[in-house]
Each structure stands twice: as structure tokens, then as C-alpha cells.
Design a protein around this ligand. Structure first.
Ligand code: IPM
Ligand code: MG
Length: 363
């Protein structure tokens, strides 16, 4: 039976990099390696322009019905002044919330060919392979109240609410420990238990979960220290599990260590269905819509293609094919092909299309 993919290219370079994934899907289907059916919708500014919302109910229905959602990027200066609840990011946040995608996996891998493009010294990042497991549907992103009130005396008061229940911490920690079991068997849990009650609970639950995984080394690290250690000695980490906001920040820092934010994929997963075992899932590059280079055909499609590879791995169990796509990416980099964002001396600069085609040719 065909697998249903719902493509949401979004804004800016989103459409250009998604086009490369579409070409790859067509290639894999033609080779008989996969049987994907695709449908495409609008999200972010492009949805706002068409429907006045960041994602339409009809497209939300399609996202809910799909086996996986492949997401490009949203936002751009054109929509800087639209109402807060229909801003482009609201489309992504609604997808995460309504699909209940609580587990966000953000690998930070340093491709050997790019070790010199990192802002850190080669020896600190060469071979780097970290996985940040970020809680994605709770915490300060969604906690209520979340508002600005007018105090009437010329002052205003803004409130965001950091809130976690134990089940939310428990399930994200289990995802982290399960994944660590397939890797180097080390989990760091990161919070601010020295100042936050939500951190105290986070740490308590993380320790409880750790007891169920005796073969995995468990360490606690305060989030500020974690940020510091990431830029001091990143290879000490294997899996880092943390809340929504700290995960947002730490994953950007980790991503940049690898040489380019433009290289990294992510997966957002829901809980397995009790009957079918299938998880709802959305795959997206960690980078944004890069409006400054949109429409020029120079965007780097690697994070988008690597996100599709994560879909092969985590949604469809096509581990070998995912390995091949990832090897093809590493292969074109080794061969000296570079998009503008990662261009280095002695390499050949290629367009978005050329990079996509070269990866397919390597497969
Ligand atoms: C991310 C982004 C989003 C977030 C924005 C676009 C809402 O920064 O996916 O990391 O803050 O979660
Ligand atoms: Mg972010």
C-alpha cells in the first residue's frame, strides 16, 4: 500500500528545497524502492496570503491523515506585521500541538568535509554526533496564561507560563533513553532546577526513568552549563534531553557547531498508536526560510533532504535507504560540491538543483 506524504513547503527557500525532495521521491518511486503518494498544502505566510490563517483547517485535516508531514520553512519580512495568532510560526506550532508531536529529535552531526567550516577548532568538532531530544508540545511555548495585560497606570504586564506535568517529562525522557540505547548509551538531562520548580520536577522524573535503563549512563546538567559545555567540549555529549525552550536554544547552538545550520534535519514524533504502533510525524530542516536568498536557486537543500531521510528511517522503517541517502549527502560533500552557504576554497559551488541532482546521482 502506498504511503501518504503531505508536503508543506511553506515560505522563502521552503519551496525551492522541497522541490529537490519531490524529485528524490519521484526517483525512488520510479526505481521501485518506495511507493509514496504526495499531496501539497500551504503553511505560514503563503497560507496567510491565500486564506488569512497560518494553516487552513483543510490542510490540517490532510496533515492529520498523512503517514508523515514533510515541512519546509515559514516566515519572512512580508509577514512581520500580521496579527500574532496568524503569524507564519503559528502554523508550525498548530501542527506540533494538534498532531501531538511531543518528541523533537535534532541531530547535530559534523560532516568530515565541513569540519573546517565550524566556528570551533576542527579537533573539537570532527566526528561530532549529538542528538538533542527536545520536548515540543509543552512548557512555556503553550502554557497558560500567556498574555499581556494593561495595568491602566501606563504600565503593562506580560506573562508566559512554564508548566510541565510528570507524564510529559516521563515520555520525552523515555524517547531519549531508548535512542541512547541505539547510540553511545549516555543521556544528559538539562534543566534549571536551581531556580525553577518545573526544573525540580523535570529532574525528579528524569532520575525515575533512568532507573529503568540500567545500561545507560545518566547525568544531570544545568541548562546554562550545558550551553557552555556545548561550545567548550561538545563531544562529551551523546543524547541531551531537555524542555521546549531550552531545547530551542541548545539545538541552535549545537547545530552551528557542525559548520552550517543549513545542514541539519529534524524529526518531530508523536506517541505510537496503541493499535497500529504508528506515530504521527513531521520532518523539517532546523534552518528557517532565508528570505534574503529566496528565489535565487542558491539555497542548500541538504537539511531538507536529510529530513526526508529521517522520515524514511523513523516513519517507514526504511533504515537502509535512509543510510544510503545520508551516505549520498556525505559523498557529494566529500567530492567537493558546495552550496553558497558552505562554500570553501577549492570546492565547486553549485545551485540548489545541482546539489539535489548530485545527491540523487550518488544514490
Ligand atoms: C524551531 C524554531 C521555532 C521554535 C519557531 C519558528 C517557532 O525556532 O523550530 O526551533 O521556536 O520552536
Ligand atoms: Mg529554534
Amino acid at each position: 500500500m502506498a504511503h501518504k506524504l503531505f508536503l508543506l513547503p511553506g515560505d522563502g527557500i521552503g519551496t525551492e528545497i522541497m522541490a529537490e525532495v519531490e524529485t528524490l521521491i519521484a526517483h525512488l518511486n520510479a526505481e521501485g524502492l518506495t511507493d509514496f503518494e504526495t499531496d501539497t498544502g500551504l503553511v505560514g505566510g503563503s497560507a496567510y496570503d491565500a486564506y488569512g490563517v497560518a494553516i487552513s483547517d483543510a490542510d490540517m485535516e490532510k496533515a492529520l491523515a498523512a503517514d508523515a508531514v514533510i515541512f519546509g520553512a515559514v516566515g519572512g519580512p512580508k509577514w512581520d506585521n500580521v496579527a500574532y495568532d496568524v503569524r507564519p510560526e503559528a502554523g508550525l506550532l498548530r501542527l506540533r500541538k494538534d498532531l501531538k508531536l511531543f518528541a523533537n529529535l535534532r541531530p547535530a552531526i559534523c560532516y568530515p568535509a565541513l569540519a573546517d567550516a565550524s566556528s570551533l577548532k576542527r579537533e573539537l568538532v570532527e566526528g561530532l554526533d549529538i542528538l538533542i531530544v527536545r520536548e515540543l508540545t509543552g512548557g512555556v511555548y503553550f502554557g497558560e496564561p500567556k498574555e499581556i495585560t494593561d495595568l491602566g497606570n501606563g504600565q503593562k504586564r506580560a506573562v508566559d507560563t512554564q508548566v510541565y506535568e510528570s507524564y510529559e517529562i516521563d515520555r520525552i525522557c523515555r524517547v531519549a533513553f531508548d535512542l541512547a540505547g541505539t547510540r553511545r548509551k549516555l543521556v544528559h538531562s538539562s534543566d534549571k532546577k536551581n531556580v525553577m520548580k518545573s526544573g525540580v520536577l523535570w529532574d525528579e522524573i528524569a532520575h525515575q526513568v533512568a532507573k529503568d535503563y540500567p545500561d545507560i549512563t545518566f547525568k544531570h546538567i544545568l541548562a546554562d552549563n550545558c550551553a557552555m559545555q556545548l561550545v567548550r567540549n561538545p563531544k562529551q555529549f551523546d543524547v541531551i534531553v531537555t524542555d521546549n525552550l531550552f531545547g530551542d536554544i541548545l539545538s541552535d547552538a549545537a547545530a552551528m557547531l557542525t559548520g552550517s545550520l543549513g545542514m541539519l534535519p529534524s524529526a518531530s514524533l508523536g506517541a505510537p498508536d496503541p493499535v497500529t504502533g504508528k506515530r504521527k510525524a513531521l520532518y523539517e530542516p532546523v534552518h528557517g526560510s532565508a528570505p534574503d536568498i529566496a528565489g535565487k536557486g542558491v539555497a542548500n537543500p541538504i537539511a531538507m533532504i536529510a529530513s526526508f531521510a529521517m522520515a524514511l528511517r523513523y516513519s517507514f522503517g526504511m533504515v537502509e535507504l535512509a543510510d544510503r541517502v545520508e551516505a549520498a549527502i556525505a559523498g557529494v560533500l566529500d567530492a567537493g560540491l558546495r552550496s553558497a552557504d558552505i562554500m570553501q576554497e577549492g570546492c565547486r559551488q553549485v545551485s540548489t538543483d545541482e546539489m539535489g541532482a548530485a545527491i540523487i546521482a550518488r544514490l
